[in-house]
Design a protein around this ligand. Structure first.
Ligand code: HEC
Length: 135
């Protein structure tokens, strides 16, 4: 009995420290996602759907033009990414898809609110439009 309880406690402690490590280290994106091809073509329909989702779910933090200057951004401890920068845009679609899906630290994960993969791929396509907006 005690052994079982100790076993459970160990698991709990390990679980907690794993979560803490995840929060303080940079996003680790599994290879499977980095290489994942985007199955949704960035046509006008996809971009319109992505924009509609962005305005409702993302703009408050990431800002209208993806600069990271949304109305909620000053309240956050973490710097919100800037979607117009090459450092952001040079990431693969699959990497961005993973980050939206899983979230990280103050970035909420979207898999609960946006459970359909197509919604998150539409968002990836929409985030790509911010690169052009800069120039
Ligand atoms: C509560 C504020 C908040 C909301 C809402 C939010 N984000 Fe974020 N997002 C963040 C923060 C903070 C970061 C930076 C996290 C980090 O670097 O640890 C981030 C990071 C990201 C990144 C990674 C940026 C990079 O440089 O690689 C992507 C992609 C992203 N968000 C997309 C979205 C999308 C799409 C939505 C809407 C579905 C959304 N976010 C909603 C706060 C938010």
């Amino acid at each position: 009995m005690i052994l079982i309880i100790r076993g459970l406690l160990t698991i709990c402690i390990t679980g907690t420290s794993l979560i803490m490590i995840q929060q303080t280290t940079p996003w680790i994106v599994p290879d499977k996602y980095v290489k994942m091809p985007n199955p949704v073509k960035a046509d006008t329909k996809s971009l319109a759907a992505g924009k509609a989702l962005y305005v409702v779910n993302c703009e408050a933090c990431h800002g209208k033009k993806g600069l990271g200057n949304g109305t909620k951004a000053p309240d956050l401890k973490t710097v919100v990414g800037n979607f117009t920068k090459d450092t952001f845009q040079s990431q693969t679609d699959g990497t961005i898809f993973y980050k939206i899906t899983e979230g990280g630290d103050e970035m909420p994960n979207a898999k609960k609110d946006l459970p359909y993969d197509i919604d998150r791929w539409n968002l990836v396509n929409y985030l790509r439009t911010f690169a052009a907006a800069k120039k």
